[in-house]
Design a protein around this ligand. Structure first.
Ligand SMILES: NC(=O)c1ccc[n+]([C@@H]2O[C@H](COP(=O)([O-])OP(=O)(O)OC[C@H]3O[C@@H](n4cnc5c(N)ncnc54)[C@H](OP(=O)(O)O)[C@@H]3O)[C@@H](O)[C@H]2O)c1
Length: 263
């Protein structure tokens, strides 16, 4: 396979996801041609200027000849946007549309290989753990190579696993809400806003890194730190007594039900 940095990419649905993903890809060394669909003219023009791309007159013209075509509309517009394309068999249609199985796109893909990816906003700083799934090994190699440039591509063995990755991409969004509450508490207890923010985010980053880089299980790390009589244990027991983790598990389950089409 050619170097993923040279893959050409068309983007159909130039919005928030396109912005952070393209920013991260360029930052990560991607140098392939960027072909943007016309919808959202101001955003498309701004991204074309910032990320060295070209805006085309129609979705089909943008997608024509691109190695990968990123389908990045919101879910209700995805099928209509796919139908506006005229894809060839040597292209890969990569959907980032949450909750839309590939079977829903297959009739509109014109024989192109189908794939899914779920980059989160951390792509912008080269740190998205992006789950990727494709039906063919060739397509998987291409999208894993590309999304590896804005973080880490995590291949899903089955499409059902991809839905779990999508739910975790939503959990990523919840973490910010937790950090905001904790930073507010630290500020209310006397820290300056900047120190409260830096300390809260630093603890979150440190926790994630130590678990990832040592390979130790998070619950073992907690058990070691929250030793009997420690302040950490005092707070942890209060959280457990109040059932603080149950709503997180429930919210995760709620998303899984939706993503798997059971509700
Ligand atoms: N944002 C995230 O953090 C995130 C994370 C993971 C996955 N996703 C997925 O990414 C997708 C896009 O989300 P987003 O946040 O980037 O949404 P967004 O900011 O609303 O961008 C979607 C863009 O698609 C355009 N569009 C709609 N119909 C179109 C069509 N037929 N042809 C071409 N473009 C069309 C919209 O234009 P108009 O405004 O004119 O309709 C809009 O510019 C969603 O399906 C979501 O599930 C998003």
């Amino acid at each position: 396979m050619s170097d993923p940095r040279d893959l050409s990419l068309a983007v159909i649905g130039v919005g928030h996801l396109a912005d952070y993903t393209l920013t991260g890809l360029r930052r990560g060394g991607w140098r392939g041609a960027l072909r943007l669909g016309p919808r959202g003219a101001a955003k498309a023009a701004e991204l074309a200027a910032r990320c060295d791309g070209t805006v085309f007159a129609t979705n089909a013209a943008a997608a024509e000849g691109a190695d990968l075509v990123l389908l990045a509309t919101r879910p209700p517009q995805a099928v209509e946007a796919a139908q506006s394309l005229d894809l060839a068999e040597d292209q890969v249609l990569v959907s980032v549309v949450a909750g839309l199985p590939l079977a829903g796109l297959a009739p509109h893909a014109g024989g192109a290989a189908l794939a899914r990816a779920m980059p989160v906003t951390a792509a912008e700083v080269g740190a998205s753990p992006s789950m990727v799934y494709a039906e063919s090994p060739e397509a998987m190699a291409k999208i894993a190579g590309l999304f590896g440039l804005c973080g880490r591509a995590v291949p899903a063995a089955r499409e059902a696993d991809f839905e779990v990755g999508t739910a975790l991409a939503c959990v990523y969004g919840w973490f910010f809400a937790l950090y905001a509450h904790l930073a507010d508490e630290a500020q209310a207890a006397g820290l300056s806003p900047e120190t409260a923010r830096r300390m809260t985010l630093g603890m979150a980053e440190g926790a994630a890194r130590v678990a990832a880089e040592t390979g130790r299980k998070p619950d073992e790390i907690t058990a070691q730190i929250a030793s009997p009589g420690s302040f950490t244990r005092l707070g942890l027991e209060h959280l457990e007594d109040r059932g603080a983790f149950a709503p997180w598990e429930e919210a995760f389950g709620l998303l899984m039900e939706k993503l798997r089409g059971n509700t």
